[in-house]
Design a protein around this ligand. Structure first.
Ligand code: MN
Length: 237
């Protein structure tokens, strides 16, 4: 039995090779007694279950097969796919986890996050996040037609691109005090997150911080077999 962690796949119909890589990964690498944790930004955009389930029918079918075979699959929302909801879960058999989530594995407490809440220096983004995570905003958004939602999503994406173009890299990375605070608050020595697309293992005085990378020419995942230590693995796509 292993626990596997992935994040930031940013699946998109224009990048079918990433969807194929995920399907291969699920079919060839994951066993029935494994647990798969997806730590956000599985999809590059998710404007509602009604649209996404149709757009990503191949991925939905893949997850359904995986969970039907016995594999437990968990999903934590990222900043691109936070509108994933009940219909997605019912169709795929995936369980949604809140951000952050504390898990215990081999007697080690581990904190799981997407990572965007750690980027506290980016106050513009945090204001935007607070807006779109408000249930009233989400209900209003989801009540619009798919075409209008798509337009809105593109508008927000464009706005975000323009804002980030002028931001120094440090602003968009995690704030180390926020990292230490989160680890202290949950009394953990291990944190796993994605979001920043800067895969690395950071050795901190508060413990270890594993950053998962995004899926591009290669993908990173953490494999943690029961009774052994974890590994951050990189493979070509
Ligand atoms: Mn993200």
């Amino acid at each position: 039995m292993r626990r596997l962690f992935i994040a930031d796949l940013h699946l998109h119909p224009a990048r079918p090779q990433h969807s194929s890589a995920l399907i291969d990964f699920c079919q060839q690498r994951i066993n029935a007694d494994d647990e798969l944790y997806i730590l956000g930004d599985l999809f590059d955009a998710w404007i509602g279950d009604d649209v996404g389930i149709v757009t990503y029918a191949d991925i939905i079918a893949c997850f359904k097969q995986l969970t039907s075979s016995g594999t437990q699959v968990f999903f934590m929302a990222g900043n691109r796919d936070f509108l994933i909801a009940d219909e997605f879960c019912q169709t795929t058999g995936i369980t949604i986890l809140p951000d952050p989530t504390l898990i215990t594995f081999d007697d080690q407490d581990t904190l799981l996050m997407h990572g965007d809440t750690l980027c506290t220096d980016d106050t513009e983004y945090q204001t935007f996040r607070a807006m779109v995570r408000d249930p009233h905003w989400q209900n209003e958004f989801l009540s619009m037609t798919p075409a209008v939602r798509m337009q809105q999503a593109q508008y927000y994406r464009q706005q975000s691109k323009e804002m980030t173009a002028h931001k120094p890299n440090e602003i968009m990375d995690v704030n180390l005090e926020a990292v230490t605070y989160a680890m202290d608050q949950h009394q953990v020595r291990l944190l796993i997150h994605g979001h920043t697309h800067r895969p690395q293992v950071h050795h901190l005085s508060s413990g270890e911080r594993i950053v998962l990378g995004d899926w591009g020419g290669h993908f990173d995942y953490v494999s943690w077999p029961q009774g052994e230590s974890w590994h951050l693995i990189r493979e070509p796509i």
